[in-house]
Ligand binder design. Sequence first.
Ligand SMILES: [Zn+2]
Ligand SMILES: [Zn+2]
Length: 354
Amino acid sequence: MKNDTTMQALVLHAIGDLRLDDIPRPVPARGSVLVDISACGVCGSDLPRVYHKGTYSFPLVPGHEFAGVISALGPGVEDWRVGDRVAVFPLLWCGRCAACEQGKYVMCQDYDYLGSRSNGAFAECVVVPVRNLVRVPPGVTLEEAAMAEPAAVALHALRRGGGTTAGETVAIFGAGPIGLMLAMWARSLGATQILIFDVMPRKIEMAHALGFEHTYDSRQINPVQQIEATTGGAGAHLCLEAAGVPATMQAALAATRRNGRCVLMGNPSAEVALPAALISQCMRREIQILGTWNSEYSACGNDDDWTTALAAMRQGKLNLKPLITHRVALRDGVAAFEMIRQQSEFSSKVLIHP
Ligand SMILES: [Zn+2]
Ligand SMILES: [Zn+2]
């Protein structure tokens, strides 16, 4: 039921207590707009956020992977119009710290975040400062644009790892949506061999269906041995760890070739033991171990991960539509979270449509 003063939203009241509520419809402040959400993806990080770790404060509306249409302008907004289609960089940087001065917004010392610190987008609408808006190019659907955030995060990880090029072997650990996006970026950048590992047969099938022939179940095939077998014993030029499991972190380090790069991306689910022999190998091979976090964003759209991701979608180089396994109405959002948690159905990217 549409109403001017309230809206529906998925509200996290406490850890494990997500509810569909009517809450006040936000009003855009100076320099902000109101965005009617078309689609908001459930991120891998939303599950621990809802069920284990909680949001920064309660009650709070999660949801940070979204796109929509501007429905109202706050005072002083000039370059945007009602009806404009937008994706949104969800990190609200302070603009006053050393990292912000350099445009490294994800390193901001005092940031706010839509969907973990401020109300996010599992709601009918959300207020967004104009500097966080990214125009959605024609030809890109709002569903695709809602995946610009994970696509930018994946691209950022690849760029942290020095990118890739023809002749290189790239190994990806984890075939969730981010792992598959990593594989798509590696393919579009020209990597010669792309190997993907996971432990869930349906995820491996999905990777295969997307045209990746070297996809393996790492419960049956030892990833390090497989990578060595495919590279004449040398190892991969670039390993991307996107599972956050101790065994895959060790495997990613062990499978990185001499002078290669290993990018740590998956949030660690447990402590990781590093055997002395493995550390020694990392040293002797002089591998680079790189952390990656979030994505690079430019308020001017200056060649950042977001502009590149949306341009790649427009050109058809990055087709994320096959990753969508579920489209869910907001009123069914709580049930969708339960489904993902209990793995009662196979899911890759789940989009919530308010
Ligand atoms: Zn996310
Ligand atoms: Zn800052």
